[in-house]
Design a protein around this ligand. Structure first.
Ligand code: CP
Length: 367
């Protein structure tokens, strides 16, 4: 059972630790609302990895694609995106199509009754009257959690999937990023023990904040947190890394670390979060990966970026086999389909279908 939040005011609830919030976001130990990456563990990541691979394989045939589309035609998802998005919006929508889920969206507050003064809580409850999932991106940190808090006390507590919350978290991006990393090192000894550079605006980059928490599940991984002083990783993530005994280095240099990296995760300046007159530069050339750097990278180095990019990632790199960012964004579609099928329990049917296919073809179901 999902715990009700009615004995707690919103400020009291907000003040709970991620661990204390788990019973409110997980049901019977399983993810229900997907709000931040501290909800995940290694077992969940390994399961989503397998499931993503299985969904990707099944959907290659017409028969398989029709099987997947037949799973959830009775489900409907609201895509509530109050910040611009290309990839997250489209990959969630396509993930829904893969599973047969119907979608609607609100992408502009000016066409919602919020302009008439409707509260955020009433807006969310209204969505829950029509839909089985709310996939939401919001510029305010904590709003996805507040939506879950509100619905837990209603008669229709449907899952909230955080598709990006302010500068704070982007947990489903972290799922596809860790999937891409694991897949990249499948034939290179696994992700354990690898050195990963996270570069750019680490202070306001919600993707790197969420991802660094998942990296802690892989023993021996080393993080190089490379950013200008002004955009260094914030203390809450550093404390998390310390607590989990993750080996990390904070550096204000970039190029000198490149030869050591097994993976490089670039990010752009997140200037949409600029406040007042303190305007950020559009990019920082000294934290940019350019074609001239390719010769000093390891042969198997995975180059990643959550996209969109600016000058920090040279488009001349795009056709290098080490560039994983186009695959990374495609992985988002499969990984999000895996997540939604897991939350609803349809993952069991998918795994059984896969096991049957493997049995018929006389090969192992391991993937
Ligand atoms: N990676 C990512 O969140 O991209 P969008 O902003 O285009 O959704």
């Amino acid at each position: 059972m999902l715990s009700e939040t009615k004995n707690l005011t919103w400020p009291e609830f907000q003040a709970l630790s991620p661990e204390e919030k788990k019973p409110y976001f997980n049901e019977n130990g399983k993810i229900f609302h997907c709000l931040h990456s501290q909800q995940f563990d290694r077992e969940f990541i390994d399961h989503i990895y397998k499931l993503t691979n299985v969904i990707r394989s099944i959907s290659k045939s017409k028969k398989g694609a029709l099987f997947l589309q037949g799973l959830m035609p009775h489900y409907k998802a609201m895509l509530y995106f109050m910040q611009p998005s290309t990839r997250t919006y489209l990959s969630f929508r396509t993930a829904c199509q893969i599973l047969g889920i119907q979608t609607s969206d609100v992408r502009d507050a000016s066409i919602s009754s919020e302009v008439k003064g409707e509260t955020f809580e009433d807006t969310i409850r209204t969505f829950s009257s029509y839909f089985n999932f709310i996939i939401m991106r919001h510029p305010k940190e904590g709003y996805a959690e507040q939506a879950a808090y509100c619905l837990n006390n209603s008669e229709r507590p449907i899952p909230i999937l955080n598709a990006g919350s302010g500068k704070d978290q982007h947990p489903t991006q972290a799922i596809l990023d860790i999937y891409t990393l694991i897949r990249s090192f499948e034939h290179h000894g696994g992700l354990e023990g690898k050195t990963i550079i996270l570069a750019g605006d680490l202070l306001r980059g919600r993707t790197v904040r969420s991802l660094s928490k998942l990296i802690s599940f892989f023993p021996g991984t080393k993080l190089i947190l490379s950013s200008p002083e002004k955009f260094k990783m914030s203390e809450d993530v550093i404390s998390f890394l310390k607590e989990k005994k993750v080996h990390y280095t904070v550096s204000h240099e970039f190029v000198k670390h490149l030869p050591d990296a097994d993976a490089i995760y670039m990010t752009r300046v997140q200037d949409e979060h600029d406040t007042g007159n303190d305007k950020s530069e559009k990019s920082f050339p000294e934290f940019s990966l350019r074609a001239e750097h390719l010769p000093i990278l390891k042969e198997h180095c995975a180059i990643m970026h959550p996209l969109p990019r600016r000058e920090e990632l040279d488009s001349a790199i795009d056709n290098d086999p080490r560039a994983k960012y186009w695959r990374q964004e495609r992985n988002g579609m499969w990984a999000r389909a895996a997540l939604m099928s897991h939350i609803t329990g349809y993952d069991q049917k998918i795994m059984c279908y896969w096991a049957d296919i493997c049995k018929q073809a006389n090969h192992t179901a391991d993937i």
